[in-house]
Design a protein around this ligand. Sequence first.
Ligand code: ATP
Ligand code: MG
Length: 142
Amino acid sequence: ERVELASMLTTICDQFADSGHPIDYVGPQRLVVACRPRAVDRAVTNLVDNATKYAPHVRLVLSQEEGVVCIEVQDDGPGIPDDEKPRVVKPFYRSDPARQEVRGFGLGLAIVSSIVQAEGGTLALLDNAPRGLRARITLPVS
Ligand code: ATP
Ligand code: MG
């Protein structure tokens, strides 16, 4: 199956904007990859859902590198400390009490991680300077 990522990502932005979370899309007008559309949509939606829960400003950035496309959800929230990064992708793990004031089961990132692996891609959690999280999905180009 093939996915045109630019229109998928702008549609996700529109959906979040409709529920009161305007998100900027940064990237090309068109970029096609061989992946299951529903899998990619679900993974990105989970990451954007987190970002809008934990941060005031969110950007969705699409780019192409050698052999992979890169989808990044960048926010300016509290971020995730390096020592917690390996744990947050496990089922049911949620971070410190302040963050637990926000509703959730701790399943989103575990789901994203397994979806992305099933598509032959990767999930990386990086720091977004000067503050926040950069959740990066890579997918093979074809
Ligand atoms: P669910 O996704 O099941 O509704 P959740 O959002 O708490 O619940 P995950 O998406 O798996 O669960 O995220 C795990 C934990 O990682 C969160 O509880 C939060 O502590 C931390 N986290 C996830 N995304 C962010 C983010 N963008 N900024 C800061 N912390 C985050
Ligand atoms: Mg979540």
